[in-house]
Ligand binder design. Structure first.
Ligand code: 5RP
Length: 222
C-alpha cells in the first residue's frame, strides 16, 4: 500500500472513535484531510453523524466547511469527546512531535479540550525516540534569533522556516540535532524560553490511542 492509502485507511478508522451526534476536534495535515473526507462520506448517509467540529487551522476549517460541517469557535466549547490529529513522529508512549504543517499551537489548544486524543498516522511515523524529525517551534517573530541561540546552547540547530507565517501571525523555527529523552520535561523546559509560543513536543497532550496504518491493516496502539 502507498503512504497515501495508509493515510486513507487510518482516516476512515478514526470515525469509530467519534460518537454519533457529537462535536469533534479536528487536527491538521494530509492524514487529517483523509479523516475529514471520511466524515463527509459518512454524513451523506447519516446527516447527524456529527453536529459540528472545532478546527485547529484555517486549512481544516475550509475543508470541513466545504463539506457542510459547521465549525464552532473553540472558545464556545468547554469539552470535546475526542480530538483526531496526525503526527510527524510518535513514540510507543504516545508522545509526539507535531507542527510539520505549522498548526501546532491551535492543535495543542483543541487537543486540550478533548477527553481523548486519537492520533492517526502511517507506520513511517512510529519511532523509538523522538527527535529525528526537525522539531517545529512557534515563535514570536522578534524573538526568533534569541530562541535559535537558546536552542544552540542545548545542542540544537534552529532555522526559521522560509515563507511560513502561522495562522497566529508568528514564525516557525525548525530545530535539528536535539536528543529528546524525556519528552514531558523537555516540553516544559522549552516553554520557559521567552518568545516561544508553542513547542511541537506533545507530551502533556499526548495521544491516548494511535491508529497506525500498516500494510497489514490498522494497528491500534494504546
Ligand atoms: C500539522 C501537524 C500534522 O499533524 C503533522 O505535520 C502530520 O501531517 P501529515 O498527516 O500531513 O503527515 O502537526 O501541524
Amino acid at each position: 500500500m502507498t503512504q497515501d492509502e495508509l493515510k486513507t485507511l487510518v482516516g476512515r478508522a478514526a470515525l469509530d472513535y467519534v460518537q454519533a451526534g457529537s462535536i469533534v476536534g479536528v487536527g491538521t495535515g494530509s492524514t487529517v484531510d483523509k479523516f475529514i473526507d471520511a466524515l463527509g462520506e459518512a454524513l451523506k448517509t447519516d446527516p447527524k453523524r456529527v453536529v459540528g467540529a472545532v478546527s485547529s487551522s484555517v486549512r481544516s476549517t475550509q475543508r470541513l466547511e466545504a463539506l457542510g460541517i459547521p465549525v464552532l469557535p473553540a472558545e464556545t466549547v468547554t469539552e470535546l469527546g475526542v480530538y483526531i490529529d496526525g503526527a510527524d513522529e510518535i513514540d510507543h508512549g504516545g508522545n509526539m512531535i507535531k507542527g510539520g504543517g505549522a498548526a501546532l499551537t491551535r492543535e495543542k489548544i483543541v487537543a486540550d479540550l478533548a477527553r481523548q486524543f486519537v492520533c492517526i498516522a502511517d507506520e513511517s511515523k512510529l519511532v523509538q525516540a523522538l527527535g529525528k524529525f526537525p522539531l517545529p517551534v512557534e515563535v514570536i517573530p522578534m524573538a526568533a534569533a534569541q530562541v535559535i541561540r537558546a536552542f544552540a546552547k542545548l545542542g540544537g540547530e534552529g532555522k526559521v522556516r522560509e515563507g511560513c507565517t502561522t495562522d497566529n501571525g508568528n514564525v516557525i523555527v525548525d530545530v535539528t540535532g536535539l536528543q529528546i529523552t524525556e519528552p514531558a520535561r523537555f516540553e516544559s523546559d522549552i516553554n520557559q524560553i521567552p518568545g516561544v509560543v508553542t513547542v511541537g513536543v506533545f507530551a502533556r497532550n499526548k495521544a491516548s490511542v494511535c491508529l497506525l496504518g500498516t500494510s497489514q491493516g490498522v494497528k491500534t496502539l494504546k
